[in-house]
Design a protein around this ligand. Structure first.
Ligand SMILES: [Zn+2]
Length: 64
């Protein structure tokens, strides 16, 4: 089972081990439905940075 992050309406981030595909849990603190956070931004940023580095190292302008 994957660990997903959920954000509840009162701003709490909850990490929870839930069955794959779970979209929503009940916040243990305020009893409101907390929605799963999908954060593809992190991957995009990491991938982009890595790509840029590789590019620069391979075909970049060499100093002298
Ligand atoms: Zn809550």
């Amino acid at each position: 089972m994957p660990v997903y992050e959920f954000e509840c309406p009162h701003g709490k981030i909850i990490e929870e081990l839930v069955p794959m595909g779970t979209e929503e849990i009940v916040c243990p603190e305020c009893r409101q439905p907390a929605k799963r956070i999908i954060s593809p931004c992190t991957f995009t940023l990491k991938g982009g940075g890595w790509y840029a580095d590789g590019y620069a190292a391979k075909g970049g302008t060499k100093p002298r």
